[in-house]
Design a protein around this ligand. Sequence first.
Ligand code: HEM
Length: 474
Amino acid sequence: MASIAHQPSRLLRASDIQSDRGNPHWTRYPGDRALDAIPGTDGWPLVGTTLRELANPKRFARAMVAAYGPVYRTRSFGQRSVNLIGPDANELVLFDRERQFSSEQGWGPILNLLFPRGLMLIDHDAHRIDRRALTVAFKPEPMQAYAAALDRDIAAGVAAWGNGADRFTLRVYDAIKTLTLQTAATCFLGLPLGPQVQQLNEAFTAMVQAAVAPVRRPLPLTAMARGVAGRALMVDWFTRLLAERRADPGPDMFSQFALATRDDGSLLPAAAVVDHMIFLLMAAHDTITSSFTSLIWQLARDSMWQDRLRDEALAVAGGAGAPLAYADLARMELTELAFKEALRIMPPVPALPRRALRDIDFGGHRIPAGTVVGINPALVHSDPQLWPDPDRFDPLRFTPDQIAARHKYAWVPFGGGAHMCLGLHFATMQTRVLAHHVLTRYRLSAAPGYEPRWQEWPIPRPRDGLRLELRRIC
Ligand code: HEM
């Protein structure tokens, strides 16, 4: 087995990787010792570098780059891995022209028990076939239907904040999360809000919490056991809903998935539709909540940009709280720049894992086949060489001339290559609808000296929910 590490032309297969925990994704690849040649540290006995990394992921990564350079080795979460930092590394891993990396085997240990066979958890030809089939759900016609549903639900949800008070304090993250769960029910699944949706939300929340729980087996009373039970409930529920949607499709995304066909014209199998939908809910939910919350935080601190975006929203839709037509969205250009800048400062997916399928030479190092490899968008997004004064909120970094002058992989909040976020236009659309309704109804500000603490990993969120003052303006 170890010899695989020295045969660059030999492609590693899942069967080459030895399992040491009964789960093919929790592996200790025998070529492990070949990693000794890569600079880095194994950290403390047992816990390795896990605690240092969890305490402050970005500071830890920065310290590792300072000590060992942009290719460094760590031992977190029970395995050694190699981190590749910089835009060239992002391009190598994400673009992956040679199919040298496995996303399935990178994300598998984290997601496979709860979100198996989602798009990020399949590779190469199998991935290409299903991704092409699902793309139908993001074409202009269904997107227009989603936009109408989002606009209706978000307008109602945002108007109800504060129960009609002129001034109130809002935990912004929590309010956006609630709204996003509601719009997921109506827009993704085509379900009216009610007790059924509440039950689904609870099952889904248990799954998301289990995905990052320290105990990785569904032992009684653990978060993982609750997550696995939540998955069983959702699979059962979605399988029945699928039959209904195939018989009587609606304008929701699940109906699009239900009728999606592969290249040979066959419908996606029922189990695949269910797996893809459950995965998509997970991929969409906390990412949108995190990114819109961080945008709002930047705008609460920067009243000039808040006013600019409000003026744009008013001009585009013709009034405060007015319905936003699909055609209006494309005209919210400043909102788009500001959203991109918020995604730069706080990318919702701060780091991305893969497994090398063959030996890879990069940055003067040989990374053996089987190695878990990570890239770190959050660190690259704050590199002062690429982004002068990186902590400053400056949406004008994303004007076309500025973008053209930068490395294409310096900004990768949505990833890139074959696995690039399938929902990025949806996320952009939902952000514009949210920005329109929030900013035209309320002026937002933070109490003097207020500085929320952010939990960076796995998806950034303010620990206190982000407490802002909202003043009603319409
Ligand atoms: C601001 C919000 C979002 C961010 C920052 C984001 C980020 C990402 C990233 C970085 C990846 C690639 C991961 C990798 O290559 O390892 C990804 C994949 C994916 N995202 Fe998003 N996402 C967002 C919203 C959404 C939404 C709203 C949806 C669905 C409506 C969605 C659906 C997906 C799917 C299906 C994949 C897997 C694609 C594939 O493997 O082919 N995402 N996302």
